[in-house]
Design a protein around this ligand. Structure first.
Ligand code: GDP
Length: 610
């Protein structure tokens, strides 16, 4: 049973529609927002809480044909109906639409055709189901039936409602950890951690200044052998190898004079990457004509566009025409560190939008192909909500509560460093900042922040409760303290955690649920490839699963670190934004307080297409 069937132009005007029942919400608006504008037209289906939506595109006539049904009762004939309606509708009205006479066409004449097509699709679906049933009966009645395997045909048409539902559409399970302070798995983790710290403290006596410390995870790890502060860029953050503590040499109060001096020199006086500007590429490099910019050897543009030189004079692009070029685009995007899955989905959408487009000349094909990918990337990367944190904070100023930003991510990606850089930016802009030390897990984490606070000087204070405390409660106390003390902003540092570490993910969800920060930033390295997608999906899934609220807080901004170490392999930015639909708020480009930038979408797209 279908609930709604609609045919509309990509420009937005509805040409024909049949609504069978009154809809709750607007699944077609969701289709436009989350699929068409997001370049996800190659996805198989859209699921909202109530509905499933499937669609077909007629690129030649710039039409979208969509069917809406109950998510749990998808009609087996949806795909067949979409295709038959597309064929009949474009046959009946394609000429008028192509001639720009759509306004004069009487689309209501399509009513009876649709009834016939719907009836035919329903009948053929029933017939297939009946035949499948008969085949099963015949097999069951056969004297020596072979082991039972559903025939391919049967499987192909079996109702897809047996699919595992998206876990995020299920109601979130109740938190098994009780509210602040109760006995829980977190307590047990904490006890383990305390035992581990005791063992570590004994072992640590022998260790040297800059090589002590470790990331304390739920299982004890050996003290590391390599330094943390200046460690070279890693190709992946997936390893849970122990990191060295930033502030291991600090005394009980953290931030001893030598350490403060060292950090002050590095972060305040060190050579900033101010001149570093991948984010500012000159206009001449816009290779819309297909010429390879920059004279780079084998570039995305030159590789793909040269292919199209052979397509002069063709009228409508077919899938076969596009396929070889797609392979080259894929290789180039993955070469720029875009996650494979994201590159595939993005290119599939671009291909879907190009198929059937009229091409007048060689130049037109060339330009169209490049523009399609450029437009898709620009749409994906252009923030849809504010990334102007300073403006947001200013707007909140004086309303009696501080603006709260929480940083999360895996170990060693640059959370504390990015937090300190943000703090510097805020102080420079006259805001009063409280840093909440909610990484109560990793030895040295509090001292690392204390050192930064000493270096940052006036305008910032540290709020900490030491180690082993419930991070959610510490953040809560910090926010209360900030309210009382007239602070404008609270920056909440959290423990690094791997995306699969359930107890720690549960603790993060609790911190977020209890404290409802204004922004929840995921800090990720620009170095990551495919793992970026896994990290983000799992962080968001865990945040969703472990909050009881019907409207759980998820990641709503990305801080992309170590951009200075990746040359032109800027693809992680695309993977992260595509996965979350959230903007890159800051980019870290070095190891001084000044090395924080905003992302320039246009320049990023150019870097990707170079
Ligand atoms: P955390 O464990 O996520 O808090 O990571 P840290 O903030 O301690 O940073 C880990 C390492 O990455 C430190 O050596 C930082 O100096 C370094 N780092 C952080 N951000 C950047 C950046 O943008 N560029 C470079 N090159 N290094 C960075």
């Amino acid at each position: 049973m279908i609930d709604d069937f609609i045919i509309f132009e990509r420009g937005g005007s509805v040409l024909w529609r049949r609504t069978f029942v009154r809809l709750r919400g607007d699944p077609i608006a969701t289709l436009i927002r989350e699929v068409l504008l997001e370049d996800r037209a190659s996805d198989a289906e859209l699921s909202t809480a109530t509905y499933g939506v499937r669609w077909s595109l007629s690129n030649e006539h710039r039409l979208v044909i969509a069917v809406v049904f109950q998510r749990l009762l998808p009609p087996a004939y949806a795909g067949e109906l979409l295709e038959s309606v597309k064929g009949s509708f474009t046959e009946a009205f394609g000429a008028a639409l192509a001639a720009g006479e759509g306004d004069d066409a009487d689309f209501s004449a399509f009513d009876t055709t649709f009834d016939d097509l719907l009836h035919a699709a329903e009948q053929s679906s029933l017939r297939r189901a009946r035949e499948a049933r008969e085949r099963r009966t015949a097999r069951n009645n056969a004297p020596r039936a072979a082991p039972r395997v559903a025939p391919a045909d049967d499987r192909a048409h079996s109702p897809p409602d047996s699919r595992a539902p998206d876990s995020r559409s299920l109601p979130a399970p109740p938190l098994s950890t009780p509210p602040l302070g109760g006995a829980s798995a977190e307590d047990e983790t904490r006890r383990n951690r305390e035992a581990f710290i005791r063992r570590r403290t004994a072992a640590k006596k022998k260790s040297s200044k800059m090589t002590t410390g470790t990331t304390i995870l739920d299982t004890p790890v050996e003290p590391p052998k390599r330094g943390k502060v200046m460690r070279p860029p890693r190709s992946s953050v997936a390893d849970e190898a122990p990191r060295l503590d930033f502030s291991a040499p600090a005394g009980a109060n953290g931030g001893d004079d030598a350490e403060v001096e060292r950090v002050r020199r590095q972060f305040k006086e060190g050579a900033s990457n101010a001149a570093y500007d991948l984010l500012d590429v000159s206009d001449e490099e816009d290779g819309a004509t297909g010429d390879a910019p920059n004279g780079k050897s084998r570039t995305l543009a030159s590789g793909v566009l040269s292919y199209f030189k052979g397509l002069a004079g063709m009228r409508a692009l077919t899938r076969d025409d596009i396929e070889p070029a797609l392979a080259q685009f894929r290789e180039a995007l993955i070469g720029k560190n875009v996650a494979q899955d994201i590159a595939d989905r993005l290119l599939e959408s671009v291909a879907t939008s190009l198929e059937g487009q009229q091409m007048e000349s060689m130049t037109s094909v060339t330009t169209t192909m490049k523009r399609a990918l450029d437009e898709a990337l620009t749409r994906i990367l252009t923030p849809r909500q504010s990334t102007d944190i300073l403006a947001d904070i200013s707007a909140m100023k004086g309303n009696g509560r501080p603006y709260v930003i929480t940083y999360c991510g895996v170990n060693g990606v640059g959370k504390s460093t990015s937090l300190a850089k943000t703090c510097y930016l805020l102080i420079e802009n006259g805001f009063k900042v409280l840093i909440a030390a909610c990484d109560t897990f990793r030895a040295g984490a509090v001292e690392q922040l204390r050192t930064h606070v000493k270096c940052l000087g006036k305008g910032v204070e540290l709020f900490d409760r030491g180690y082993g405390k419930d991070a959610a409660a510490v953040a809560n106390d910090a926010i209360r303290r900030a309210k009382e003390g007239g602070f404008d902003v609270v920056l909440v540092d959290t423990a690094g955690r791997m995306q699969d570490n359930e107890p720690l993910m549960r603790a993060l969800a609790k911190l977020v649920e209890v404290n409802r920060p204004d922004r929840l930033f995921f800090v990720g390295e620009a170095l990551v490839g495919n793992d970026a997608v896994d990290q983000l999906k799992k962080f968001n899934a865990a945040l969703s699963d472990h909050q009881r609220s019907a409207n759980p807080r998820l990641i709503d901004g990305i801080v992309l670190t170590k951009f200075d170490t990746i040359d032109d392999k800027v693809g992680a930015a695309v993977s992260m934004v595509y996965t979350t639909g959230q903007p890159i708020v800051f980019v870290g480009v070095g190891q001084t307080y000044m090395d924080l930038r905003k992302m320039n979408t246009k320049a990023l797209v150019r870097a990707l297409l170079r």
